[in-house]
Ligand binder design. Structure first.
Ligand SMILES: [Zn+2]
Ligand SMILES: [Zn+2]
Length: 307
C-alpha cells in the first residue's frame, strides 16, 4: 500500500505544486489504484509516474471546488482511450453526478467502460472482504468529506512446527487447513485452524480528508489511524485567515493528529504563499506539536507498512 501525491497545492496551480490529487496504490493488495480528488492537470502529473489509469478502480472526491474536480472529466475520458475496460466508481458529494454527466454529454464523450457515480452521505460507503470505507463530514464552504479506509485483519501464517508436531507433512493440505476453520485429515483426525496459525496481521487504517476547518471532534473517528492526510493550507500564525476561508493551519492539523494518536501525519493542500524555506518552517511548526509530520510535495511517495 502506497500513497502517491500528485498535486499538493491549494486553489490554483503553481510551478511547484499542482492542485489536489493523490493516489493510493494497492497493487499487491488488490491489483488496483484508488484516486482521491482530481484537480486540473492530474492527467499530466500521472504521465510523469508509472501509475496506470487502467488500474483505477475507485475515485473519491472530497468536495466540488474546482481545484479538486476540474481534472475529472479528462481523466475519465482518457482512461477510455487508453484501453481501460474495467468499471470505475466515483464517490463524492451531491452534485457530482450532474457535473460528470453534463461534462461528458456536452463534450460528446462516450466511455467504453461502466462508470458508476455514487453521491455520498456520512456513513459506510462500502465494504468487501478487504476494506470498509466510511465517509465523514467536514466543515468547509461546500459540502466536504473525509474518507476513512479500514483494512480488515488478515489471517496469520500457518506455523509449520505445530503442523509437524501433529504429524502433518507439507503439501497442498497446508492451503486447505488455512482456508477453513476445521480440516479432516485422511486418517480421520480433525485439525482446528486456530491451533496451527499465528496471530492475525492487523489491518491498516488510512484517513484522507478534504478541505476543512479545524475539527477537534474528529479525534474519535480518526483514533489510532496509521496515516492521516490532512490539509495544512496556512501557517499557525494565520489562524483567523484559515477560519475565514474554511481551512486549517498546520498546527491545528498537528493538534488533531496528536489528540487522535495517529501514527503519522502528512500535510497537503499548501497555500502558494509558502515556498522553499518557509515550507521547512511550516514542517518544523507542526513537528513541535506532532513530531511524526511530513509536508507532502508533488510526486512524494509514501509506503504504508503493516504494523
Ligand atoms: Zn482546495
Ligand atoms: Zn475547497
Amino acid at each position: 500500500m502506497e500513497l502517491y501525491f500528485l498535486g499538493t497545492g491549494s486553489g490554483v496551480p503553481s510551478k511547484e505544486r499542482n492542485v489536489s490529487s493523490l493516489v493510493l496504490r494497492m497493487l499487491e493488495e488488490r491489483g488496483t489504484t484508488w484516486v482521491f480528488d482530481c484537480g486540473e492537470g492530474t492527467q499530466q502529473q500521472i504521465l510523469n509516474t508509472n501509475i496506470r489509469p487502467r488500474r483505477i478502480e475507485v475515485i473519491f472526491i472530497t468536495h466540488l471546488h474546482g481545484d479538486h474536480i476540474y481534472g475529472l472529466p479528462g481523466l475519465l475520458s482518457s482512461r477510455s482511450f487508453q484501453g481501460g475496460e474495467t468499471p470505475v466508481t466515483v464517490y463524492g458529494p451531491r452534485g457530482l453526478k450532474e457535473y460528470i454527466e453534463i461534462s461528458l454529454r456536452l463534450s460528446g464523450t462516450h466511455l467504453r467502460y461502466p462508470l458508476y457515480v455514487e453521491e455520498v452521505e456520512e456513513g459506510i460507503l462500502f465494504e468487501d472482504e478487504q476494506f470498509v470505507v466510511e465517509a465523514i463530514k467536514l466543515e468547509h464552504g461546500l459540502d466536504s468529506y473525509g474518507y476513512i479506509l479500514k483494512e480488515k485483519d488478515k489471517l496469520g501464517e500457518l506455523q509449520p512446527n505445530k503442523l509437524k508436531e501433529l504429524g502433518v507433512s507439507p503439501g497442498p493440505i497446508y492451503q486447505t487447513i488455512k482456508s477453513q476453520e476445521q480440516t479432516r485429515l485422511e486418517d480421520g483426525r480433525i485439525i482446528a485452524r486456530s491451533d496451527v496459525i499465528g496471530p492475525p496481521k492487523k489491518g491498516r487504517k488510512v484517513v484522507i480528508l478534504g478541505d476543512t476547518r479545524y475539527l477537534p471532534a474528529l479525534k474519535d473517528p480518526l483514533h489510532k489511524a496509521d496515516v492521516l492526510v490532512h490539509e495544512g493550507t496556512f501557517s499557525g500564525e494565520d489562524k483567523e485567515l484559515a477560519y475565514d476561508y474554511f481551512h486549517s493551519t498546520v498546527k491545528q492539523a498537528a493538534h488533531l493528529a496528536k489528540e487522535a494518536q495517529v501514527g503519522e501525519l502528512i500535510l497537503n493542500h499548501l497555500s502558494s504563499r509558502y515556498q522553499g524555506e518557509s515550507i521547512k518552517q511550516l514542517e518544523e511548526e507542526a513537528r513541535t506539536i506532532f513530531p511524526n509530520t511530513t509536508i507532502a510535495y508533488d510526486f512524494y511517495q509514501h509506503a504504508i507498512e503493516r504494523n
